[in-house]
Design a protein. Sequence first.
Length: 351
Amino acid sequence: MPQAAAALAERPTAGVGEQPAGSEFAPLLRTVKEQGLLSRRVGWYTRTITANTLALLAVGAGMFVVGASWWVLLLAPVLSVLCARTAFIGHDAGHSQITGNRSVSRALGLVHGNLLLGMSSAWWNDKHNRHHANPNHVDKDPDVAADVLVWTTRQARLRVGFRRWLTRNQAWLFFPLTLLQGVAMKIYGFQDLRRQPPRERAVEGVLLVAHLAGYVTLLLVTMPLGHALAFAAIHQALFGLHLGLAFAPNHKGMEMPDPDGERWGHLRRQVLTSRNVRGGLLTDWFLGGLNYQIEHHLFPSMPRPHLRLAQPVVRAYCAAAGMSYAEAGFVDSYRQVLRHMYEVGEPLRGE
């Protein structure tokens, strides 16, 4: 792989300020294909899904065994981590990383999203595809639209009332707010049912209700009501935090294309708006491979285990093109995100 990266770096490429003779992305795509990095890893995903399913069943069995004791609360953090693993599998299914068969990908998304997590796969795919098409574009990327949090000073100045107070303090409130992320995504999924065509709405809705009924039944059957409420609170809060930790460093605080400015091609649009998080195998596992965000955005259908293998090639290509390639350590990535959020709210703190 280092040899491939070096060879690619020697290929003629256009500088950041120049217009390429063809697509800037084409030589990189060709090299990645030649390396077989876009080939699917059905065996790896089969093992991953099987292991995750067995772990979920083991936690469920543990809830039956110790549910009468407060020790059962120790299983809530474990379940939150396993739910994050489940979300990563659903994410990969939505990108057709697991299989090229659309029906199978759809089924995997429904099982891992709607049924196991209570999160609408149709809502997620619609939102996430729009994000991938135009990352960090304030008019087109739903992830940087003004909502509970805002990402530009222009958005901040338009805030009024309680939302204005939120924006002034959003850097301090970010991690506490992520504790609600898991529940919020469930609510968004139910709200999105109105947008979906009747047939899709029926399937999505039935599975979302089945998850909710199954989750409540599992808690009430395995433990007393007080234990169940505490378990659900810990589980959902830590699940939301885990998702927030996985998604926050990817784009926040990175370049935001000017809606009225130069139109970027695929390579620049994905690389300049994304940030990778450095780390070893533990970081890769905890962040679900999304710490290779640049590679993931350039090649959304690339199987997760191939992202780290593509990194040397992509980094070398960007260096040869004179294009910045953002990386940060695990802690520093969140520091950069919080600094950006703090600076966005700065104009309101002087009032």
